[in-house]
Design a protein around this ligand. Structure first.
Ligand code: HEM
Length: 533
């Protein structure tokens, strides 16, 4: 009962390979029977009725009828590429993750996406972008499922269905397809003001990237790294593009949406084909793992917070290069299944309540999207590490498992050296103390400040970036039908900055309200401005 692979032989058979390559001098049915014609149904005479006994006709149409699978409930539109990650070894002082040791090279698959539009929507809309990386490490798959914006809309995953219902197209008209310019979106984000920081990033130039190649990526949550001695460090993950951060201006984005709705996916594929391989440096901000889990007064468990790079510099730990386009969009880009809970030894989670909900959600949705519990066996999702699990059967099981006793311990097929080295595995949780507490449904007090960090972002912007932000709020709020929603939008802006509020109010032809909270006394963070990149 040693380590097993998911395929009975470990490799596709010659017949499988021929089918996958569309090779061969004649067509066959799915069962391998040779066909002599695929253009005519079997009929009783050339002008007669089609016969039900035509198995080839039924098989061909049956399979076509089931070609579509449900799109992702969010991040439906995406483009992806293969590549390699090479570690500098600089993270080895804080984690025992093997793939982060010096000069280790790990194959990766990266999928970029928009969040709200459907599979066929345009690329250059104003939206957050997904930046999900699958590292096929020697110790199992590690997924870093991040976005191009370092903060999130909400602080607790229990609100995720609500924010997505609000931001997706209206249920009655199914519009707008992929923009935040509508009442339910603005209704939600102005009633749940924890969204303010994320929305401000969306309304900035970051909401309309020039290219996937010029986007930063962020893990957002604080994660916990564990070294060989069991010592822990809190970290935030950052991807820095070699080409710098660049955006489109609004007018460009609008024109491109019409002229080339595939602009971003075309750009990624063309660049790779031309040998202009996109590159990113992976970096970490590190923080001491104290019981409070705060840094310089910033709550590290609140995913609407950043830690300014001036306070905690991003330390480079490796380089990612994307160097190969997928050969089949469906098999790879569409069927890939990322999960923030796919962790390797040396990388652990924290109690960020947004992350906790994600740990449930991805696996759950993929059971529907990929029809059953065996999607880990789909080639793009297969680990490159040996697999020896006790998961059996289920829809689309393709492994022919050996052995009779998928339980441990057993005395029938060799047992399993389960205890040896168990402390070196993944999911050996760091011994973190959980404070004694009552069960409650409430957020900590430290989650209550929704405006200081947005104010810091606004104050960090150059004049032209501010102009773009003002234009974006004016356009998007201007599309709302409800006066009350527009007014609440202005109230949120007043709590960020009076000038921002006044400019947008003037654009909407409405009075500018005064702030309802004291304006935060914060320093700008020059690293937030794109002009500095
Ligand atoms: C998909 C990022 C929060 C549920 C994705 C994808 C990314 C992403 C990049 C696309 C993955 C791909 O390319 O296949 C994030 C980030 C979050 C966040 C950075 C916050 C920091 C959440 C939360 C939930 C959630 C709170 C639910 C409670 C989902 C679901 C999918 C998804 C259901 C579709 C997955 C699939 O069908 O494979 N997310 N997300 N996300 N996300 Fe999130």
């Amino acid at each position: 009962s040693g380590p097993d692979t998911y395929s009975p032989t470990g490799q596709p058979t010659a017949a499988d390979q021929a089918r996958m390559a569309q090779a061969g001098s004649y067509l066959t049915t799915a069962q391998g029977a040779r066909l002599y014609d695929t253009d005519h149904s079997l009929k009783a005479g050339p002008r007669g009725p089609v016969l039900l006994q035509d198995h080839h006709l039924r098989e061909k149409i049956m399979h076509f009828d089931h070609e579509r699978i449900p799109e992702r409930v969010v991040h439906a539109r995406g483009a992806a590429a293969h590549g390699v990650f090479k570690a500098y070894g600089t993270a080895s002082s804080v984690t025992r993750a093997a793939f982060l040791a010096k000069d280790v090279e790990t194959p990766v698959f990266v999928r970029f996406s928009t969040v709200l539009g459907s599979r066929g929507s345009a690329d250059t809309v104003r939206d957050t972008r997904g930046f999900a990386t699958k590292f096929y490490t020697s110790e199992g798959v590690f997924d870093l499922v991040g976005n191009n914006i370092p903060v999130f809309f909400i602080q607790d995953a229990i609100k995720f269905p609500d924010i997505v219902h609000a931001a997706k197209p209206h249920p009655d008209r199914e519009i707008p397809q992929a923009q935040s310019a509508h009442d339910t979106h603005w209704d939600f984000v102005t009633l749940h003001t924890e969204a303010t920081h994320h929305v401000l990033w969306n309304m900035s130039d970051r909401g309309i990237p020039r290219s996937f190649r010029t986007m930063e990526g962020f893990g957002i949550h604080t994660f916990r790294l564990v070294d060989a001695e069991g010592r822990t460090t809190l970290v935030k993950w950052h991807w820095k593009p070699k080409l710098g951060v660049h955006s489109l201006v609004w007018e460009e984005a609008q024109i491109i949406s019409g002229v080339d709705p595939d602009f971003h996916r075309r750009d990624l594929a063309d660049a790779i084909e031309a040998g202009a391989y996109p590159e990113w440096e992976l970096g970490i901000q590190t923080f001491p793992d104290t019981p409070e889990q705060t840094f310089e007064g910033i709550d590290l468990l609140d995913p609407t917070n950043i830690v300014p790079e001036e306070l905690a510099p991003v330390q480079p730990i490796g380089r990612l290069i994307l160097n190969r386009n997928p050969s089949n969009f469906f098999a790879e880009t569409e069927q890939v299944a990322f999960h923030p809970g796919h962790l390797v030894p040396g990388i652990d989670i924290t109690d960020d309540p947004l992350l906790s909900g994600r740990l449930f959600s991805y696996l759950d949705t993929q059971i529907t999207r990929l029809a059953g519990p065996n999607f880990g066996q789909i080639p793009i999702n297969r680990t490159h590490a040996p697999v020896n699990d006790m998961l059996r059967d289920g829809f689309h099981q393709t492994a022919v498992h050996r052995g009779v006793a998928p339980y441990r311990p057993n005395s029938l097929d060799g047992g399993c050296p389960f205890t040896a080295g168990a402390d070196m595995g993944a999911y050996v949780e760091a011994p973190v103390r959980i404070p004694e507490a009552k069960k409650v449904r409430e957020a900590p007090e430290t989650f209550a400040d929704h405006f200081s960090q947005p104010r810091r972002f606004w104050l960090s912007m150059s004049p032209v970036e501010r102009e773009h932000i003002i234009g974006a709020y004016t356009f998007e709020l201007g599309k709302c039908y409800e006066q009350a929603v527009k007014e609440r939008g202005l109230q949120v802006l007043a709590n960020i900055d009076p000038e921002l509020c006044a400019e947008v109010a003037a654009g909407l032809g409405l009075p500018a309200p005064s702030a309802t909270v004291p304006l935060a006394d914060v320093e700008p963070s020059p690293a937030l401005s794109q002009v500095g990149h």
